[in-house]
Design a protein around this ligand. Structure first.
Ligand code: D41
Length: 699
């Protein structure tokens, strides 16, 4: 503190500057309230920043005008060694918890209240206020003469800790109250962290850890992150935590005899706090009797997962303050309030095993098998670990005690491991290099998160997908073989592998549900017809990863024969235009699996044939090396026909327009792709233009 020298005072700043400072503060207070509390910004961020800087400049030039409730003073304090103790003038009570998560929990409370008040069934329903129960930490905010002077944690209810510096950084908490607020008021509520702020914080933490920062960790849940933020000794760190606040009650307040306000109901109190700038949850409402409490409990239970923050229940309070006084409290818990919980979304359990599941497309997913635990309203026995990196990051091991979370209908997740409970010598999890279903090699390609089984045609897990793909219109077309039918045939064990398709007899087919004789015959005909195919269709139909239609055509043209492709080395494959290292590797891995080769042989043995050709001597083609995009409806050609013609002429058809597009073929009702082509100044042609290109000699 500077000593005050009455004789050497600097001349006071002109009234206009003090006025400017005061106007700027009022404007910034108002805008911050609209932005942080009401979520209805009234000016652009840039304008707010400009006003803020203006105020900072004025305060720097006139330090004597600086006050602690200035919006510039949210973060300013120095790091502390420890927090001072604060004795609460009015103890911070706790709240009785109703653990019965069913509707009966609300009924029980209402019954107790009515009994306590001596009401009979003939009396009207009791009026309550129903609130959300935020999952954060209780805080008491003390204002004197409208200025925030102290923020204290609940502690044991009698003595808490002075965390004023940190709480000042919470933008939702007013540093100053309007003129109609009483000289002394303590506002009580919950400091919490919104889920999005929690996710962003953990993302930042993960980055720090990845960069090798020591002593950093990720947080288990928003409540822990909020508690950690409140207990930061350095307010600059607390400020980065992005905490939020909801008000729900009062501590000390100037009594009416000394000019303080007098409230009749809890609802009136909440509305007044709201008018003074405190955040009060929009969901708060009055409820008549148990019926409306139950309805509130159910409504909020359904809305729970779509709220931007965690709640662990709802709170019911008798609305009339006179009735509250009449009821009083027992052992620090008011008789007039109760917290009605929802089923916990997180629970502890142990990991019994880590299995690896194989999806329809061959993706391997590690899954933790858990000791059954009731969480989020259901019994959970499995939790996904997503992929290798996630499993490593969480480092889940067999025997570990873990926190599982199940929110809404989202699949259960392992949130974290309690490392201090880890059994000695628990081995780290590693992804298998072999498919647990079929034993084929499992590979993880560069830049990919997932391991995949390479036994596409053979693998039991991928059977349905592989058959469907093979039978696709653009592959070895089997007309009428759709997903429902494949599903049924595989589930009924009528077919196990792809070649089984061609061994189907009429009896087996006709035995299927809803399969009339006529349809069975039609399918047999379609199968017979599909046997006569082309090499590109067959190759594409094998469903080799990264081998799309265009690549299949290019491979067929280049090698002429399937055996040549199956036996080609990586170098030979790389000679094919359109084939890069990833595709070459994928082809090699596929044909290295004996099972896949066997499937190919069996298909041939079943009579699937095509005309083989000679390896191509690269004839110059009119569209070789060109990429086209087709958009809109062409007058005579279908999209597929146009595509085939372009590809036969050596060109490629892409799905989206980019700088690399050589021509955009536009038909009727071409939309955004045409616009983009115009923007990029690309060559735009119509169907006639395309036909002309196709017949032109290359060059
Ligand atoms: O949302 C909450 N966590 C919440 C907590 C709430 N909505 N209301 C509360 N009301 C009280 C009384 C009835 C004592 C005024 C509370 C708490 N207490 C509370 N939370 C932690 C300790 C006390």
């Amino acid at each position: 503190m500077a000593t005050l020298d009455l004789f050497a005072q600097p001349s006071p700043p002109p009234a206009s500057i003090a006025e400017q400072v005061s106007d700027l503060r009022a404007a910034l207070h108002e805008h911050a309230h609209r932005y942080y509390v009401l979520d209805e910004p009234s000016i652009p961020d840039s304008e707010y920043d400009r006003l803020f800087k203006e105020l900072q400049a004025l305060e720097a030039a006139h330090p004597e005008l600086l006050t602690s409730d200035s919006p510039t003073q949210r973060v300013g304090g120095k790091p502390l060694d420890q927090f001072a103790s604060v004795r609460h003038k009015v103890p911070m009570l706790s709240i009785r918890t109703e653990t019965d998560t069913e509707a009966s929990g609300a009924q029980n409370f209402d019954t107790r209240v009515r009994k306590e008040l001596g009401l009979t069934p003939a009396d009207p329903p009791v009026e309550y206020v129903a609130e959300l129960k935020f999952d954060g930490l209780a805080m008491s905010l003390r204002y004197e003469h409208g200025v925030l002077v102290q923020a204290a944690t609940r502690g044991d209810g009698e003595v808490g800790e002075d965390v004023t510096q940190n709480i000042r950084t919470i933008n939702q908490i007013p540093l100053r109250l309007p003129a109609d607020a009483p000289p002394v008021i303590e506002v009580r509520g919950e400091v919490y962290m919104r889920r999005a702020d929690f996710e962003a914080l953990n993302e930042k933490q993960r980055e720090k850890i990845a960069q090798g920062a020591k002593g950093e960790k990720t947080f288990v849940n928003p409540r822990n992150a909020a508690a950690g933020g409140v207990r930061q000794l350095d307010p600059a760190i607390a400020a980065q935590r992005r905490l939020s606040f909801f008000a729900y009650g009062l501590g000390e307040i100037t009594p009416p005899e000394q000019g303080g306000p007098s409230f009749n109901t809890h609802y009136e109190l909440l509305k007044t706090l709201e008018s003074w700038g405190f955040p009060v949850a929009a969901q708060v409402g009055r409820a008549q009797g148990a019926t409306e409490l139950i309805a509130f409990h159910q409504r909020m239970g359904a809305a729970r997962d779509s709220l931007p923050y965690d709640i662990d229940g709802v709170v019911y309070k008798v609305n009339s303050l006179a009735l509250q006084r009449q009821m009083g409290f027992v052992t620090r818990e008011p008789r007039w309030a109760v917290a009605h919980k929802y089923p916990a979304q997180e629970q502890l359990t142990t990991v019994l095993a880590i299995d690896v599941q194989v999806g329809r497309t061959g993706k391997l997913t590690p899954v933790a098998k858990l000791a059954p635990v009731f969480v989020g309203g259901v019994t959970v026995t499995n939790a996904t670990l997503h992929n290798e990196d996630e499993a490593r990051r969480k480092d889940v091991r067999v025997g570990d005690t873990v926190i599982v979370r199940r929110a809404g209908d989202v699949i259960p997740e392992v949130v974290s491991v309690l490392l201090d409970k880890r059994v000695a010598d628990a081995p780290q999890f590693t992804m298998p290099r072999q498919c647990p279903v079929c034993g084929s090699a499992a590979v993880r390609e560069e830049g990919e998160a997932d391991y995949r089984c390479t036994g596409g045609l053979f693998c039991g897990a991928q059977r349905k997908e592989a058959i469907l793909h093979f039978a696709h219109r653009r592959a070895v077309e089997v007309e009428g073989l759709g997903d429902k039918l494949v599903e049924q045939m595989v589930d009924a064990n009528v077919i196990r592998t792809l070649p089984d398709l061609y061994k189907l007899g009429f009896t087996a087919l006709a035995s299927l549900d809803r399969m009339a004789d006529k349809s069975a015959n039609k399918l047999l005909e379609a199968l017979e017809k599909s046997k006569q195919t082309t090499l590109p269709r067959f190759l594409f139909g094998l469903g080799i990863r990264h081998v799309g239609e265009a690549t299949a055509k290019e491979l067929a043209r280049h090698f002429g024969k399937l055996d040549a492709i199956m036996d080609a080395t990586e170098e030979q494959l790389l000679e094919v235009s359109d084939v890069g290292p990833i595709v070459a590797q994928s082809l090699r891995t596929f044909f290295e699996q004996p099972h896949n080769r066997e499937v190919v042989e069996q298909l041939r043995a079943c009579g699937v044939t095509w005309e083989e050709g000679e390896p191509a001597a690269r004839a110059p083609q009119p569209l070789s090396g060109k990429t086209l995009v087709i958009t809109g409806t062409l007058p005579s050609l279908s999209r597929d026909e146009a595509k085939d013609m372009v590809e036969a002429a050596g060109g490629k058809v892409a799905g989206s327009v980019s700088k690399k597009t050589d021509y955009v073929v536009a038909g009727a009702e071409a939309g955004s792709k045409l616009l983009k082509a115009q923007e990029l100044g690309l060559a735009i042609i119509d169907e006639a233009g395309l036909l002309a290109l196709l017949t032109s000699s290359s060059g």
